[in-house]
Design a protein around this ligand. Structure first.
Ligand SMILES: CC(C)(COP(=O)(O)OP(=O)(O)OC[C@H]1O[C@@H](n2cnc3c(N)ncnc32)[C@H](O)[C@@H]1OP(=O)(O)O)[C@@H](O)C(=O)NCCC(=O)NCCS
Length: 269
């Protein structure tokens, strides 16, 4: 039976507070409804001293296949989670909650969505990479790829409010850039053509949606608020505010100027 108290707390928190308060309230309510999950929720969410501790415990728990001490892993993750990174984590939680119709609570995004988990490990690995700790960053990225699916180079630059839907089969190359509010579905490749070296991966501008299985190859720009149709192979730059489709991809629709793509773009297909 749902707990009226837990639900009331969750509802109040959802109306007025950050994703982290919502998550704590949802975890409290879920722990009452599903006793088998209570120890897990207690140790990973309810007993955590702060927001960084929540995300570090959730991620370390899922990476426990690593042959390293889990508490050392928690310390590594928590130590890298700056306030800036935590703000991005929160924006990602909200993005998934808003755009994925199968995601009915913020807690669900935190506990069950491997695309979300992979992205957060990337945020930590990227911070370690920038800090010159490239071996541990690469080790962490590889572990996340084995456990969650997406293969993201630790040097790739990724903004906030990102949804990696499903996560499986996503590959993001070393010099790729992804701006804020982008959605990427399963089996998307942001790769090189094999003909360029150095800065050789795509630049994805704000608010873009990339459909399942799309391959975007080379140091090309996908303009803001455009859509890449499922299964496309994109080898040339895409202007802002349009849809491209096909192999090789061509523009199939130009979005009207009156459209506010970030609000009207249906990313929940
Ligand atoms: C591209 C997409 C977002 C639709 O965007 P849109 O701007 O609304 O485009 P439209 O539906 O108006 O289609 C424009 C044209 O492109 C074609 N088109 C759309 N998607 C296409 C695709 N994946 N491959 C080839 N052509 C496609 C349409 O048939 C249409 O052609 P027409 O003008 O000859 O009739 C959608 O088709 C898509 O691919 N979504 C990704 C879905 C996905 O990844 N789902 C996985 C869920 S797990």
């Amino acid at each position: 039976m749902p707990s009226p108290l837990g639900n009331a707390i969750a509802e109040t928190a959802a109306n007025e507070a950050s994703a982290w308060l919502v998550i704590r309230a949802e975890a409290l309510a879920l722990a009452e409804r599903e006793p088998v999950l209570r120890p897990l929720l207690q140790s990973q969410v309810l007993d955590a001293q702060n927001n960084a501790a929540i995300i570090a415990r959730v991620l370390a728990g899922r990476l426990s296949v690593a042959e390293v001490d889990t508490s050392g892993l928690i310390d590594l993750l928590e130590g890298a989670l700056t306030l800036d990174i935590l703000a991005s984590v929160e924006a990602d939680l909200l993005a998934v909650r808003e755009r994925d119709p199968a995601c009915t609570t913020t807690l669900h995004a935190l506990m069950n969505l491997k695309g979300f988990h992979a992205l957060q490990i990337h945020r930590v690995a990227h911070a370690l990479w920038l800090d010159g700790r490239v071996e541990i960053a690469s080790w962490l990225s590889n572990l996340a790829s084995l456990v969650f699916g997406p293969d993201i180079h630790p040097a790739a630059r990724i903004g906030a409010g990102i949804m990696l839907d499903h996560g499986s089969g996503i590959v993001i190359g070393e010099t790729a850039v992804i701006e804020d509010e982008v959605s990427i579905l399963q089996n998307v490749t942001l790769g090189g053509t094999g003909k360029q070296s150095g800065d050789r991966h795509p630049k994805i501008r704000r608010g873009v949606m990339i459909g399942a299985g799309a391959k975007i190859l080379g140091n090309i720009e996908i303009g803001a608020y455009s859509k890449v149709a499922a299964g496309s192979v994109v080898v040339k730059a895409v202007p802002a505010h349009c849809t491209v489709a096909g192999v090789p991809a061509t523009v199939v629709r130009i979005h009207p100027a009156s459209e506010i793509p970030a609000e009207t773009m249906d990313q929940n297909i």
